[in-house]
Design a protein around this ligand. Structure first.
Ligand code: F6R
Length: 619
């Protein structure tokens, strides 16, 4: 949550900060602000609302200066407002701080500082930081920051400016991401790589309890204690064009359409001559061989990928497996020991609950494998081994391409474990690899049916809106599926509710009679995943039960299925024929698109839905 940018160099800081913040807006978008130094003068501009409100203000009266810090906020303490927006200042308005994270002991610190005469103007936890730095400032900003950090409890990434030391920016982190972009005669601080990619691909990933001093000429990294640390400069492999919309109306649509290519790239990277390779993985096969049980732990969409993985791992690798949301795992007493493989799934690699779950699992002696997208993220670094999905930057808040890429990695991992544990016959293994190889092209074929000029899902979304209005906003969505597509029912519902704010629930279809059927009348639209599978007939029975109660049905069926047409369904979505095990990779695509088009029909801000942010680095 929240995005931080810092710049020191020769360019106009205002432009660099605005550009950087626009690349980080996915992290929070309820207010934004900058503090810029020009000689010994500090200008502060902060505004409630999206970044464009701040940009309009700055563009109507540009601020000079080539050193500054900026912030885009996702509110935790204090409502979105101009006053609560970052940067925050000390009493004498000499120190400016932007912060991502939560200072858990801020009330205690604030009360002490108030007693000592400090004046607070915001409701934020962050404001204690500039006041603490002010308290310790004796002519050396770095030293004052270090003393202040000692008193902070919680999570933070911060960037700090002092107007009497206009030749440096200080950055520091503890459990919130912060990177340094290394340029020539200029340097950058940011929460994430896209913010700096317009200027440099050379990056230093700061670790917890490290502090960086940025000047125009260079970067010095130290531990919070002051001891210097030698850091490697890494080269980012991807390009800024990957973080742009490239002609698509929204990042979400672009990311949905990237999925065929990403699945193909995963296969090219990981599959050679029928052999599966996880080059970067530091966990050896003899450890996998000893694994007696698997716990998959994740949040949101990544959790749904984990739920799907349970079906494949138990069927093929014959390893008992359970799946937990990170926030539940970390607060109960999970049975996890040396023989347990804990798999943490996280696109961002920074989700606070997943990181805490990882630490809990390690404390209990488990081997921790993570499946992440963001290279060098906290979860990737702290696990015993990581497999990267290499899906490229996912900017839309609603996760799409990371989900299918996580599933693809799970398929490969499952087949790898099945082979290691000897739980699969060679003929079946070879058949599944052959079938899996077809999937990227099938996904591309499926996506090619949803061209902007003729798009059945856009038409269904239009119909839904008309119906919704006619039913006085009482319509909602139910998603039903069975077996390995049940998690897709959850995922379809999550996509729809998060970007269109329409109530949507996913259910295993067999549970209908145990409660949800009471919801069925003419109001709900029920998405029934009824592809060719061993539970097809059961799904057909569910469809009949819904029709008997006047529900509106969108059926997701396999191309060529004639029978489904006899069941009076209202709308049909077809997916290419594929081995049932791999069908989740295809089924989810129209569900993502349906959510997208419903939100678009209602005119919502698809890439930045209300109340959400991409990377949940707070509990
Ligand atoms: C939903 C969505 C979220 C994330 C969840 C986990 O579209 O994006 O539910 O999946 O916040 O995030 P990561 O994968 O970064 O740990």
């Amino acid at each position: 949550m929240c995005g931080i940018v810092g710049y020191i160099g020769e360019r106009k800081a205002q432009d660099v900060l605005l550009k950087g913040l626009s690349r980080l807006e996915y992290r929070g978008y309820d207010s934004a602000g900058v503090a810029i130094l020009h000689g010994h003068k500090m200008d502060l501009v902060k505004k409630r609302g999206k970044l464009k409100v701040l940009a309009e203000e700055l563009n109507s009266g540009p601020i000079p200066g080539a050193i500054g810090i900026g912030h885009t906020r996702w509110a935790t303490h204090g409502a979105p407002s101009d006053v609560n927006a970052h940067p925050h200042l000390d009493c004498k308005r000499r120190i400016a701080v932007v912060h991502n994270g939560i200072i858990e002991n801020y009330l205690e610190l604030k009360n002490t500082l108030i007693k000592e005469g400090h004046k607070f103007i915001s409701e934020t936890d962050t404001e204690v930081i500039p006041h603490l730095i002010e308290k310790f400032y004796k002519g050396n900003i770095e030293e004052a920051v270090r003393k202040a950090l000692k008193l902070l409890k919680g999570t933070y990434a911060i960037a700090v400016l002092h107007k009497d030391e206009p030749d440096k920016i200080i950055g520091a982190r503890c459990d919130s991401p912060l990177i340094v972009g290394v340029g020539k005669g200029e340097n950058f601080l940011a929460s994430d790589v896209p913010a700096i990619l317009d200027y440099t691909k050379d990056v230093i990933y700061l670790e917890n309890h490290e502090l960086a001093v940025l000047t125009k000429a260079g970067v010095v990294v130290k531990e919070h204690s002051g001891r210097r640390v030698a850091k490697k400069v890494a080269r980012v492999k991807w390009d800024i064009s990957q973080a742009e919309k490239s002609g698509y109306r929204h990042f979400m649509l672009k990311e949905i359409f990237e999925q065929g290519d990403i699945l193909e790239a995963i296969q090219t990277e990981r599959l050679r001559d029928g052999r599966i390779r996880f080059q970067e993985l530091a966990i050896r096969d003899n450890i996998f061989k000893r694994v007696k049980r698997i716990a998959i732990v994740a949040c949101g969409t990544a959790y749904h990928a984990g739920l799907t993985a349970k079906y494949m791992l138990e069927e093929l690798a014959k390893i008992p497996c359970w799946v937990d949301t990170s926030s539940e795992f970390r607060y109960r007493d999970p049975i996890v020991d040396k023989e347990t493989l804990v798999i943490i799934v996280s696109q961002s690699g920074e989700t606070a609950d997943s990181l805490a779950a990882l630490r809990e699992a390690k404390k209990r002696g488990a081997t921790v494998l993570s499946i992440c997208n963001v290279v060098g993220s906290s979860i990737a670094r702290e696990s015993d081994g990581v497999i990267y999905i290499h899906a490229g930057p996912e900017i839309a808040v609603a996760s799409t391409k990371a989900y299918t890429a996580q599933l693809a990695i799970f398929y490969l991992l499952t087949l790898h474990l099945a082979k290691l544990k000897n739980t699969i016959k060679t003929a079946r293994y070879n058949m599944l690899i052959r079938e899996f190889r077809r999937v990227p092209n099938l996904v591309k074929e499926l996506l090619s049916e949803y061209k902007p000029d003729y798009n059945p899902l856009a038409a269904y979304a239009q119909e839904f809106k008309r119906y919704y209005n006619e039913k006085h906003n009482k319509s909602f969505f139910l998603y039903l599926a069975r077996n390995i597509n049940y998690p897709n029912a959850l995922e379809g519902a999550l996509k729809l509710k998060e970007i269109s704010y329409i109530s949507a629930e996913g259910y295993p279809a067999g549970e209908m009679k145990h409660g949800p059927i009471a919801l069925i009348d003419e109001n709900p639209w029920v998405v029934c995943i009824a592809i060719a599978s061993k539970t097809y007939d059961k799904m057909i029975s569910n469809i009949q039960e819904i029709k008997a109660r006047n529900g509106i049905i969108i059926a997701v069926a396999t191309e060529g299925d004639k029978e489904i047409l006899h069941h009076n369904i209202n709308y049909l979505i077809e997916i290419p024929k594929v081995e049932e095990l791999f069908s989740p990779l295809l089924v989810v695509i129209p569900l993502q698109l349906l959510a997208y088009y419903v939100a678009r029909e209602f005119g919502y801000d698809i890439d930045q839905p209300r109340n959400l942010a991409k990377s949940v680095t707070v509990e």
